[in-house]
Design a protein around this ligand. Sequence first.
Ligand SMILES: [Zn+2]
Length: 131
Amino acid sequence: MDMPLLIKPNGLYHQNRNGEIMSENCYMCEKGTLQRKNVDFKMYGELVGVFSAQVCTLCGETFFDEKISQTIDIATKKKGLWGLEAETKVGKSGDSLMIRVNKQLSDFLKLHKGETVKIRPEDKNKLIIEI
Ligand SMILES: [Zn+2]
């Protein structure tokens, strides 16, 4: 198999030598069939645009071909949604721990110094901050 296997946020897909998505069973569940549809692509709850995709009739997994993935990447960057995920170190102030929110993320969230937010654990590995 020398077909390129591309990994994108929405899953895996195969392409033939002409760059076309091969019509076959879903790459995720391997049972459903793929149908071409226009789908809303959202990131962090913001609509990036409507793009042509192949959608599994069974599990609903969505696959974009490479050209469309590139278009989505460009549109995502234009909307300032690129790179919002970041690592941050936990600091300390008195008995409390502090987590910094970088400028890009605080701009996106319209979060300002002095605001009150609500925090709660979703589980032992996830902290939710409601603004
Ligand atoms: Zn499927």
